[in-house]
Design a protein around this ligand. Structure first.
Ligand SMILES: NC(=O)c1ccc[n+]([C@@H]2O[C@H](COP(=O)([O-])OP(=O)(O)OC[C@H]3O[C@@H](n4cnc5c(N)ncnc54)[C@H](OP(=O)(O)O)[C@@H]3O)[C@@H](O)[C@H]2O)c1
Length: 366
């Protein structure tokens, strides 16, 4: 099998970067495609929280986990296919697709590891050329009404949102099927995944609320018809009381039916306190910490259902794409697209909280 070369932004292991992990631009070498793989040119990518987790080597050091000295990150984006392997049946050279980040899946198709992250031997979109398994791509509908930049934003956060929402909403209905959708209150904190889930819940007719902190985000939520709670006026001392009181005001004291919490440790206690009886707390993320404390008796007495999911299986990706095109369920077209050379600076700004958009898109070959 031949060897291919590409220019890439690469993350090195802790031996080569003991101080602080950072992206290094270099020539990256990888084996030619197998029969089930395709060779593709990434056009746009979207910066995802998992890429930052990888640079922070927290909660896991992915180079060590994969036992690889160098990794190309990036599991959200849009690519165009250059060449397909001999066993590839659904895709052709010239197709434009979103990346579907399921790296290694179980016998039901649910992800165990994520490509461009913890799945060994996989590469992400931070490269001028990449290879993927055919099941790591979903063709963008012909004559789509949306831009490639929007599809790049959609690729990971919206598919995760779709898959998590499907389970959470079924769980809610399992105990509360008599409640009308306009009386079902869905509240979230987090970023792009939570935003995507709320816009989905809104399309079903639910009441939607999001906790956020920046004026640009408050504006964006308003434009999408999502009721916002600004968390910035609260200090650590009055955060819990302030948020709970704001939620009580907005729900006539009834509490939240489905709470999407992708933040984790520092806010989880408030999440649980804000839930109505028979409420569902749902998550696929742990932005600020993965360990949480639960008083099991209280959760049982309140009949709370706790939902945990991780990305999606392929059929859920296909369903999400079809629904998105048919119902205009799409992230906004970005006001700014960062270029290839700006990528490391973009990572730094995102980590410092200086990027307001939930969907920071960068160009690779576009
Ligand atoms: N397992 C999966 O399938 C999957 C898929 C995608 C993402 N994820 C994970 O889900 C998590 C969230 O990802 P994301 O892409 O939605 O997030 P994101 O776009 O990175 O944004 C995180 C948001 O958290 C909010 N935030 C920060 N500190 C906060 C605090 N102390 N209290 C409340 N909110 C705070 C910020 O909004 P404000 O400042 O405006 O409040 C920020 O926009 C990440 O850990 C990511 O890795 C998992």
């Amino acid at each position: 099998m031949g060897t291919l070369f590409t220019k890439a932004w690469v993350l090195h292991d802790v031996v080569r970067q003991p101080e602080r992990a950072q992206l290094v631009e270099q020539t990256y070498t990888f084996p030619d495609i197998t029969s089930c793989e395709v060779l593709a040119k990434p056009l746009y990518g979207c910066l995802e929280a998992n890429m930052l987790h990888a640079l922070q080597r927290d909660p896991i050091d992915i180079c060590r986990e994969r036992n690889e000295g160098a990794v190309v990150l990036g599991n959200a984006g849009v690519v165009t296919i250059d060449r397909v392997g001999s066993a590839v049946t659904e895709l052709n050279a010239g197709d434009t697709c979103i990346v579907f980040g399921n790296g290694i899946w179980d016998e039901q198709g649910y992800p165990i590891k994520i490509m461009g992250y913890d799945a060994p031997g996989t590469m992400g979109v931070l490269a001028k050329t990449m290879k993927l398994h055919e099941r790591q791509l979903i063709r963008i509908p012909a004559s789509s009404s949306f831009t490639l930049e929007q599809w790049a934003s959609f690729s990971l956060r919206y598919v995760s949102a779709w898959a998590n929402w499907r389970v959470a909403y079924e769980c809610w209905k399992s105990q509360m099927s008599g409640v009308a959708t306009h009386e079902t209150v869905v509240c979230a904190w987090g970023g792009g995944v939570s935003f995507a889930q709320l816009t989905l819940a809104k399309r079903l007719g639910c009441r939607v609320l999001m906790v956020c902190s920046q004026p640009e985000r408050l504006d964006m939520l308003q434009r999408e018809g999502i009721d916002a709670i600004d968390r910035s006026p609260f200090s650590d001392a009055d955060f819990e009381e302030g948020i709970l009181s704001a939620i009580a005001d907005k729900t006539e004291g009834k509490g939240v039916s489905i709470f999407i919490d992708n933040i984790g440790t520092p806010v989880h206690r408030v999440t649980l306190k804000a839930l109505a009886r028979q409420g569902v707390v749902t998550t696929c993320g742990w932005k600020l910490g993965m360990r949480t404390h639960v008083a099991r008796a209280i959760e049982c007495l309140s009949r709370h259902i706790h939902v945990h999911t991780h990305f999606a299986k392929y059929q859920e990706g296909l369903d999400a794409v079809r629904y998105a095109e048919e119902h205009s369920w799409m992230p906004p077209h970005p006001e700014r697209v960062w270029n290839w050379d700006e990528i490391p600076a973009m990572f730094r700004d995102y980590a410092a909280g200086n990027i307001a958009t939930y969907f920071p898109v960068f160009a690779i070959n576009a």
